[in-house]
Design a protein around this ligand. Sequence first.
Ligand code: 1GP
Length: 262
Amino acid sequence: MSEKCANQFFDYLRNAMNIYNQIIEKTTSGKKQLAVLIDPDKPSVQQLEEIALMANQSAVDSFFIGGSLITNDNIDNCVKILKKNSRIPVIIFPGNTMQVNQNADGILFLSLISGRNAEMLIGKHVIAAPYIRQYGLEVIPTGYMLIESGKPTTALYMSNSLPIPSDKDDIAVCTAIAGEMLGLKMIYMDAGSGAQNHISFSMIEKVKNNISVPLIIGGGIRTAQVAKDIYNAGADMIVVGNAIEKNTSLIPEITKIISCFS
Ligand code: 1GP
């Protein structure tokens, strides 16, 4: 095979297998998705290996890794352990520019469209862009919306932004529509890690009915029943962190529910 043909073949494979294409393919075929959120500060090597094993057995769709405030320099180590123990895509879910990691598969290029903090809308992105390009990470431009969830979360405090009030479905809908119009490829509505209340079913349903890009829902999802209700409301993907850290058997419980949708 000539070098040109080989390059074309690898480009084809890269495009065919990229993370976003897989998310779109699953979303359009109605397959619900689960992302397991790893806070790099928390798990031991043994816990990470256990989560990876459980995720492999249950066909989890993605690992998200990152956090609004990280106090240990452990993200690279976590990415490497996940990559060593699993073929599930590892996607950076960055709380700030320091979390960009060259060993991950992709990055949610989050613009905090619910807030009016210019740094979170575009400022951090300017700083991170050359590194992300250099690392060759797959970039998934994502409209990130923080929703009020009972008490202030770390995400809210660290982002220095106001959340969308939990009962203002119209604001959420208009924000998501604007995000899609700006060209963002996914909408991620987050009640924040450890949220007291998850996002309301009515808000999820209304946003889903008004956008065509995949809808991700996270924050405060603690049981398989709530996961099921959130999928029913219209989420294409849910993100679960804290509850899985406490109880890894929630992974197969949720993927069992997903199999009922397929
Ligand atoms: C937070 O949506 C994620 O950004 C997950 O939240 O840790 O509450 O599951 P939890």
